[in-house]
Design a protein around this ligand. Structure first.
Ligand code: TYD
Ligand code: MG
Length: 455
């Protein structure tokens, strides 16, 4: 008789536990552990023995230098920005997860990609969420070529793989992983066990048949669906499509990539006729009005392999509360608290009675410490009501003793600013370029006090 094996898995981080507990001891989240049925023992055994047999015939031990170093073959998705995030294109036989909140534009991006790829190779688009008619109508509205793309509306993974065996696609889209199910597993589609097992099944299928599979994974705030985190370990690449619903810009970022670097950023704009690539993202995040106010600073971020100019705004205002507010949108809250402490101790500026708000314009998320100096200068600019020149960029990391530390890729950041018509810069002294720059006024600063004196 078959016995169900049970595991306990955190829906947030995907950690496994032998028994249920209230708090996940990996990520410290509460009430996220749920029961996972691992399919019946008998089916497990047969698949394991099959896997074992296949392994016997194929596996071979090699020394490292014998390994074939031919570059991984890749094919382009048709979007340079998408390719960049994937590390240079789609690798055949890889499993890619594209995550994002509902409405971010995942289906749109993949439909556009697949319609264009269909001209070059066999493709299969599996939709479990929308009807065939809805997909067709969207493709028509987006004026995409529809004569080649093969379409399937199905949610059973076994049926999908059987049909894929006949179609033999080179690339397949599963939209979305949360509606797919395996008959082995009793729990509902979207639950941790279904999502984990279907993703693992599809990943195996991708490897064995050399089909690139792109899975869509919704990220929901309340965690009602098992998120992309729980299956991140088994797939090759995980990319997130992000964007405010009130902004038309979407950013694509990889969080895991077995074939390239992570944290590459791709930028798209959602227009009336689908997603369009943004080739020069600095230009859009910088669309500043002619007459900018106090508290606004431009800095150069480093995103993967390229610089990105963004604007940071700060507002310092007399507080009505006994506990003044420190709000950071697009930047880290803790970092802001740290910077304000440094400003007090080493800049002599006490903001204890003031609310401090910091906002990164355009919905960009700043995770780099190179934004430190720009954030502080924006705060001081707002507090003292001194405008920072419009054609100035500022970057640099601020240390706890008030020193300004160098950041990586300093000269590329400066060049990007010059390319966009900036004329002045405040940078860490160690990031000063060697030669002179024509018509570009650049100040290297050692500590916070020097930077403040420049204002
Ligand atoms: P969709 O791809 O369905 O999102 P997801 O699959 O990630 O849930 O995108 C839907 C949103 O995109 C929807 O709110 C409308 C918007 N949209 C446009 O603005 N222009 C377009 O051409 C399309 C197709 C969608
Ligand atoms: Mg969708």
């Amino acid at each position: 008789k078959s016995r169900q094996k049970v595991a306990y898995v955190c829906t947030d981080c995907g950690a496994d536990f032998p028994r249920w507990q209230g708090q996940c001891s990996e990520c410290n989240a509460w009430n996220t552990i749920s029961e996972v049925r691992l399919g019946s023992q008998t089916t497990r055994n047969t698949s394991a023995s099959r896997g074992g047999f296949a392994g016997l015939t194929q596996a071979k031990v090699q020394t490292l230098h014998e390994v074939d170093l031919q570059t991984v073959p890749r094919f382009s998705s048709g979007f340079a920005e998408f390719d960049r995030v994937l590390g240079g294109g789609i690798v055949p036989g890889s499993a890619i997860l594209i995550g994002g909140s509902p409405g971010a534009g995942k289906s749109t991006l993949l439909l556009q990609t697949m319609c264009l790829l269909a001209a070059q190779m066999p493709t299969l688009y599996v939709t479990g969420e929308e009807s065939l008619q809805q997909v067709a109508m969207r493709a028509q509205r987006l004026k995409l070529p529809t004569d080649k793309l093969r379409l399937l509306s199905e949610t059973s993974v076994e049926v999908i793989c059987e049909l894929a065996n006949q179609e033999k696609p080179k690339i397949m889209v599963i939209d979305s992983i949360q509606v797919m199910h395996l008959s082995d597993i009793q729990s509902a589609p979207g639950s941790v066990s279904q999502v984990r097992e279907t993703a693992a099944f599809l990943t195996r299928y991708a490897k064995q048949n050399n089909v690139a599979i792109i899975m869509v994974g919704h990220v929901t705030k309340d965690g009602s669906l098992a998120g992309p985190k729980v299956l991140e370990h088994c797939i090759d690449c995980s990319v997130i499509l992000d964007g405010d619903s009130d902004s038309r810009f979407r950013t694509l970022r990889s969080t895991k990539n077995r074939f390239g670097a992570v944290n590459e950023l791709g930028v798209f704009a959602m227009l009336g006729d689908g997603l369009k690539e943004v080739k020069n993202p600095s230009a859009i995040f910088l669309s500043r009005s002619e007459d900018h106010g106090c508290g606004s600073v431009v800095l150069t971020l480093w995103e993967g392999t390229r610089p990105l100019l963004v604007e940071i705004q700060a507002l310092v205002d007399q507080s009505q509360l006994s506990n003044p507010r420190r709000v950071a949108v697009g930047a880290e809250q803790n970092r802001l608290a740290l910077l304000l402490a440094v400003l007090h101790r080493h800049g002599g500026l006490m903001l204890g009675d003031f609310d401090v708000f910091v906002n990164v314009v355009g919905g960009v998320k700043v995770t780099e410490t190179s934004a430190d100096l720009a954030i502080l200068m924006a705060i001081v600019s707002s507090y003292r009501e001194i405008k920072i020149p419009k054609e100035m960029i500022i970057f640099g990391e601020v240390g706890l003793s008030g020193e300004i530390r160098p950041v990586p890729n300093g000269s590329e950041r400066i060049n990007e600013a010059i390319k966009h018509g900036f004329k002045k810069a405040i940078v860490p002294i160690a990031n000063l370029p060697k030669g002179k720059l024509d018509g570009f006024e650049i100040h290297g600063v050692k500590n916070l006090q020097e930077a403040l004196n420049l204002l």
